[in-house]
Write a protein that binds this ligand. Structure first.
Ligand SMILES: Cc1cc2nc3c(=O)[nH]c(=O)nc-3n(C[C@H](O)[C@H](O)[C@H](O)COP(=O)(O)OP(=O)(O)OC[C@H]3O[C@@H](n4cnc5c(N)ncnc54)[C@H](O)[C@@H]3O)c2cc1C
Length: 407
């Protein structure tokens, strides 16, 4: 394992820090008051994305001819670390640039790429991922949204769910069933679609946090051109795997308060017998969180080392996501309990530590599901890392229409 930046990496970090020092300050002066989920916040996000794109920091690893920075994965990680420290980051583009547009770049023709990649990099257009359905989440190949050929077009009917950002997105990549007569993985096809088409209806889902970041999306006779197809007819699963591989990398880390913040809280809060930090039970938990956090830190160093040697990272991102998401939930539960009656305040203006733990209490369960649930990631680790026998797949060779739920 290599813990230090190489001379070239250190130079890149200095350059990124210098750019962020000037540009983050200018951006905050102009847009610092924008509240999340407002139109002003979206405008601020787009302005920051455009500023990064102009300097080659929007998509660090993408070729310059496509608006990227022409850099490597380690440089991308370095810029992400420095950007987080600079306190300017927006989530609107993560799914589009992390998963959807790379899929478009891998499977679309040159005209389509020329039309869409540039505006996505600069933040003018935002993309969403339309895979999950009520009957197809972990087992996404069980999806039922149907596309039927009609001359040169396809007519699409069905429903997606949990689509992050569908209500503000301009375009999406959509996985549908084009052939129910073959086994479930073989009858799928991928398209890109216009989210503003009147045949696409987004219904935001109200979350316990009060926000509405996800949607149900309904398609009623949505007509798409065959030229909107990504990959061959029936090859949608292969295309989706490219998206999902990028998803595991994009969702791998976890933001939110860590054991240091709960230690600070425990020094000031507690029961009649004194601050929580003096309590033996709490100290034992704190030790567990510290050990897990250090394990995560070194696991990330292993990923960085693999990337800087030009190797593909192994199963670290699956391990990292399970540990980080569970720890976030555990820390949040303990902190909110410690805050006692203040724990029910979710308003950052009045809650302890600007409601950081309340927010992560509501976000952590979702993190344990998005990008692969704990159980699915454990299955992956069991099968691909430990070499244990595979999950039982009774429907592998059965035509989709003959499956009990396939109609
Ligand atoms: C924050 C968030 C954002 C999301 N954004 C998007 C998005 O933008 N686009 C999109 O398409 N989807 C999105 N999703 C949906 C997400 O991909 C699915 O929720 C996820 O794949 C799980 O599917 P499911 O909800 O249908 O649960 P299910 O698959 O029904 O799982 C239910 C339970 O059964 C367990 N389980 C299922 N199969 C197995 C198995 N083989 N072995 C052991 N246990 C199993 C699961 O672990 C889980 O506990 C998002 C979800 C969240 C939480």
């Amino acid at each position: 394992m290599d813990f230090n930046d190489s001379p070239a990496e250190a130079a890149y970090r200095d350059q990124a820090r210098a750019w962020l020092a000037t540009n983050a300050a200018a951006h905050k002066a102009e847009h610092g008051d924008a509240k999340p989920t407002t139109p002003e916040h979206m405008a601020a996000a787009k302005a920051w994305q455009a500023r990064k794109a102009a300097a080659g920091y929007a998509c660090v690893t993408w070729p310059k001819e496509w608006g990227g920075g022409g850099g490597g994965p380690v440089q991308s990680v370095i810029f992400g670390q420095e950007e987080a420290k600079a306190g300017v980051s927006y989530g609107y583009f993560t799914i589009g640039l992390g998963m959807c547009v790379p899929t478009v770049m891998a499977f679309a023709d040159d005209d389509t790429k020329r039309r869409f990649v540039g505006p996505a990099v600069t933040g003018e257009e935002i993309w969403c991922q339309l895979f999950s359905e009520p009957a197809g989440g972990s087992d996404v190949a069980a999806l039922r949204t149907r596309a039927v050929k009609d001359g040169d077009d396809w007519i699409i009917n069905g429903q997606k769910v949990w689509t992050t950002g569908a209500h503000y997105c301009d375009y999406g990549i959509l996985l549908v069933r084009t052939d129910p007569d073959v086994p479930k993985h073989k009858g799928l096809t991928m398209f890109w679609i216009d989210m503003k088409d009147p045949a696409v209806e987004c219904r935001p889902i109200h979350q316990m946090s009060g926000g509405s970041e996800f949607n149900e999306v309904y398609f009623t006779d949505l007509r798409v051109k065959d030229s909107q197809r990504l990959g061959a007819v029936g090859d949608g699963w292969k295309v989706a795997l490219v998206t999902l591989m990028n998803e595991r990398l994009a969702v791998g880390g976890s933001a939110g308060p860590n054991y240091r913040q709960i230690l600070d809280l425990a020094r000031t809060l507690g029961g009649p017998s004194g601050p929580a930090v003096k309590d033996a039970g709490f100290r034992e938990k704190l030790a567990d969180w510290y050990v897990a956090s250090e394990g995560l830190k070194y696991t990330r160093f292993r990923t960085m080392t693999a990337l800087s040697r030009g190797q593909t990272p192994g199963p670290e991102s699956s391990i990292g996501k399970i540990i980080a998401a569970n720890q976030l939930q555990d820390l949040a539960n303990a902190a909110v309990e410690m805050e006692d009656q203040y724990g029910i305040l979710a308003d950052p203006a009045v809650a302890p530590m600007e409601a950081a733990f309340q927010q992560s209490l509501m976000w952590a369960p979702g993190l344990r599901i998005a990008g692969g649930t704990d159980e699915i990631l454990k299955n992956i680790i069991a099968e691909r890392v430990l070499g244990l026998p595979g999950d039982v797949r009774v429907d592998k060779d059965v035509p989709f229409k003959d499956m009990p739920t396939g109609r």
